[in-house]
Design a protein around this ligand. Structure first.
Ligand code: 5CA
Ligand code: ZN
Length: 409
């Protein structure tokens, strides 16, 4: 699958700082020490509806990770998937009488447009679940042959007990895991499973549903977690730096993914840090495609809202916070972008060298975008109140805001 074109990242004087970020598995801050090539996997969309502000907030967080690393003069090897076959996608296509492949293609195309508008840097590899199937089948066969997976009425399940590290990503107790498993695509009630939490690796072909050749597994389609594992192992290998997604993916998705990979390779850990963005709500409930309480990026764009303001609205909340999207959040961002543009449009201004370091320090400290915005606000206020004589300053601010925050002034 093709990704989308990258917006230019202006070069800044000096060098950024190493990223310290919250890791769900240790519930603490870790300073990452990637080599010259930092490796990150971020879970992509299930393309049955348009990009909403919750998705955009999550991708914004990981775009900042990429920008911080680029500023440390590293290369970034960023991989993202598209879950282009899964139950919710097939259900939506059925409900609306659409072809599921067309629905997936249309929504993925719209997602790309939204990502371009928001200046999100593209992944280096953008891989669909369907195109990953030839790589998934041998992994499931290997797990089965090693005794880490078993068959139940033609379906193949992963045995969570095969990974001694199972539970270490989300650190939840058994009851919480069971509840979340039922809520998020698992089937803890299905009789015959060795452990109610065991997730499906391969689903035998169902009447009226698409299926693929699964070699010795028979025709069917892949489970959700193994999709991301196959893509991550293929393009990044074990022990990559960051596994990212919204906090709703910590369990079961990232927990199961880590266990699949650890059982497959005998190595630990799958990722050095598991990083999770908070949930964006609307009208008091998590924004979700299944609930339908959504604000779409594409709708705002059609209404003429400046994408830079949408991006600033996302940046005005710490990525780990759960927050609520409101008109006031957007209005504040529209006003902020106006103030910043006025400030950088003057021929000179107060020196901005310290500001660049403040933005760098804020982002390196667990992606503290609100503090970075506050620093730019202070510079813009000083420019407004007193101005300055540094001829390079407005240009430097504009470049720094673009390179580090993805906002084009
Ligand atoms: N395709 C899978 C991941 S492999 C999936 O979860 N797709 S998704 O379309 O449901 O979500 C895409 C990303 O957006 C995930 O990282 C998810 O955690 C995040 N996300 C979904 N809803 C919200 C929300 N309300 N707030 C913040 N992030 C969200
Ligand atoms: Zn995923």
């Amino acid at each position: 699958m093709h990704a989308w074109p990258a917006s230019e990242v202006p070069a800044l004087p000096g060098k950024g700082r190493d990223l310290r970020i919250h890791d769900t598995a240790t519930d603490g801050l870790v300073t990452l020490d990637p080599g010259p090539v930092a490796r990150i996997y971020v879970c992509g969309i299930t393309p049955y509806d348009a990009t909403h502000m919750g998705h955009a907030a999550t991708y914004n967080a990981f775009d900042l990770v990429q920008r911080v690393w680029l500023d440390t003069k590293r290369q970034v090897h960023y991989v993202q998937n598209v879950t282009d076959v899964d139950d919710p996608l097939l259900e939506r296509a059925n409900r609306d009488g659409h072809d599921w492949t067309e629905l997936a293609e249309r929504e993925t195309a719209l997602f790309r447009e939204d990502m371009i508008a928001l200046r999100m840097l593209p992944p280096r590899h953008y891989i669909g679940a369907v195109e990953a199937i030839p790589g998934i089948v041998p992994l499931v066969e290997r797990l089965r042959d090693a005794g880490a997976a078993y068959e139940l009425e033609g379906d193949v399940y992963f045995s969570v007990e095969s990974d001694p590290h199972f539970g270490e990503v989300s650190r939840l107790d058994a009851e919480a895991m069971r509840l979340l498993s039922a809520e998020r695509g698992g089937d803890p009630e299905r009789p015959g499973k060795k452990n109610p939490l065991d997730p499906m690796l391969w689903m035998a072909a169902r009447e009226g549903e698409p299926s693929w050749d699964g070699g010795s597994l028979g025709r069917g389609r892949p489970g959700w977690h193994i999709e991301c594992v196959a893509i991550a192992l293929d393009h990044l290998g074990m022990g990559f730096d960051v596994q990212g997604g919204g906090s709703d993916l910590a369990f079961p998705h990232h927990e199961m993914g880590a266990s699949h990979a650890q059982a497959l390779t005998g190595e630990h850990p799958f990722a050095k840090a598991y990083v999770h963005a908070g949930m964006v709500a609307l009208d008091g409930a998590k924004m979700s495609k299944s609930k339908g309480n959504l604000v779409f990026v594409s709708k705002l764009r059609r209404d003429g809202v400046d994408p830079a303001a949408i991006r600033l609205a996302l940046l005005s909340h710490h990525y780990r916070a759960d927050w609520e999207w409101t008109d006031a959040v957007l209005q504040e961002a529209v006003e902020r972008v106006g103030r910043w543009r006025a400030a950088v449009s003057r021929p000179d201004g107060p020196s901005a060298d310290a500001l660049v370091e403040e933005i760098r320090a804020a982002l390196a400290d667990d992606l503290d975008a609100p503090s970075a915005l506050a620093a730019v606000d202070r510079w813009a206020a000083l420019q407004q109140a007193e101005g300055g004589t540094d001829e390079g300053a407005p240009g430097l601010v504009s470049r720094a805001v673009d390179a580090l925050l993805g906002v084009a002034l």
